[in-house]
Write a new protein. Structure first.
Length: 347
């Protein structure tokens, strides 16, 4: 029903407007007493063989919702009913910011893709905490954190530390987002020496808490092998818990959309099917060349059960969806979990 009816209607309207309309609609529908139980019965699968134990956390299944969907942590309690094993909120920055000028979100329907240049639009740290205090403890929550666009390079680390310290009591793991192509002056975030400095600062702060939280690094799909080798070295040197591979891509290769359309859209990160194989290749390289030394969360272009299984086969321990959730609907989560149960990847 989703693809035949609901998606056709939603895709007639502006993507960003539809996103917020959908949030409001889900919020409203879930106020009806029987709806949460109904949604759970339709989409959730609970089975011991789906469970994953990674970096001290027990995931009820390996399928998560990637950051960017519930930026401000306003819908995670409702989304938990759709069968996810974990949900990542954010990217959260210390101060609220509008992000880049609209229009900044575009569908490439023939490619089953999205181009976005949102620019870390979010309501800020305090707003996220207010929402996270409403956590019903149904699901693991990750906190994806970043810097404000106007922050000067010498203060980048301060932004990450501020978010980390404030969110620490409210999320189960952290993701340092240093790979988004849609924020200004982020060149420093791609520098290996600076990344080591940033991660060590976060890890040092982490030790001051009674219970430390897992820290992961989210990387781009456009890194070459030399850069991926640096990531492997970085994880080893800083002892962070793992990597999320990958973010959106700046590449416009192999798109069905014509050049005129792409020029009219302008810059931004591509997500969805065009980066399926690229992100899987990154996962495989990291897994093979590190001898599976650290956990990997695989994300990028998962639109089917096969896409998810391919990432698990390449070396991912968990997977996340976003664009596939928009194009395929919530049934995708259940389909992937059923496929995992039938595969060699059930634990």
């Amino acid at each position: 029903m989703y693809k035949c009816i609901i998606r056709k209607i939603l895709f007639k309207f502006d993507p960003e407007a539809v996103h917020y309309f959908t949030f409001d609609a889900i919020k409203l529908i879930f106020k009806i007493p029987f709806v949460p139980a109904l949604i759970k019965s339709l989409f959730q699968i609970n089975h011991p063989k789906l469970e994953r134990n990674l970096f001290g956390l027990r995931f009820k299944n390996p399928v998560g919702l990637a950051a960017g969907f519930d930026k401000n942590a306003v819908l995670y309690n409702e989304l938990a009913n759709f069968g996810f094993g974990f949900i990542e909120i954010g990217t959260v920055t210390p101060k609220a910011q509008e992000g880049n000028p609209k229009k900044r979100l575009f569908r490439l329907q023939d490619d089953k893709a999205i181009i976005n240049r949102m620019g870390f639009n979010n309501a800020g740290l305090e707003a996220a905490i207010t929402q996270l205090k409403k956590n019903k403890k149904q699901i693991i929550i990750g906190g994806n954190i970043g810097k404000n666009t106007q922050t000067t390079p010498e203060s980048y680390t301060d932004d990450y530390l501020e978010c980390f310290k404030a969110l620490h009591p409210y999320v189960d793991y952290f993701v340092l987002n240093v790979s988004c192509p849609n924020v200004g002056s982020h060149v420093k975030l791609n520098d290996k020496d600076y990344l080591e400095e940033l991660i060590n600062a976060v890890q040092s702060l982490n030790t001051t808490f009674k219970v430390s939280k897992p820290v992961l690094l989210k990387i781009a799909p456009d890194l070459n092998n030399t850069q991926l080798d640096e990531i492997i070295s970085l994880v080893k040197a800083t002892k962070i818990e793992g990597v999320i591979a990958s973010n959106t891509s700046v590449s416009r290769e192999n798109l069905k959309a014509d050049a005129t359309t792409l020029r009219s859209i302008g810059n931004g990160g591509v997500s969805g099917q065009p980066i399926t194989s690229k992100s899987t290749q990154v996962i495989k390289y990291l897994s093979d060349n590190s001898q599976k030394a650290f956990p990997i969360i695989g994300v990028g272009g998962i639109h089917s059960e096969k896409d998810a299984l391919d990432k698990l086969s390449a070396g991912a321990d968990l997977v996340q969806i976003y664009t596939g959730f928009i194009y395929e609907g919530p049934a995708l989560v259940k389909r992937i979990n059923k496929a995992v149960l039938k595969s060699s990847f059930n634990s």
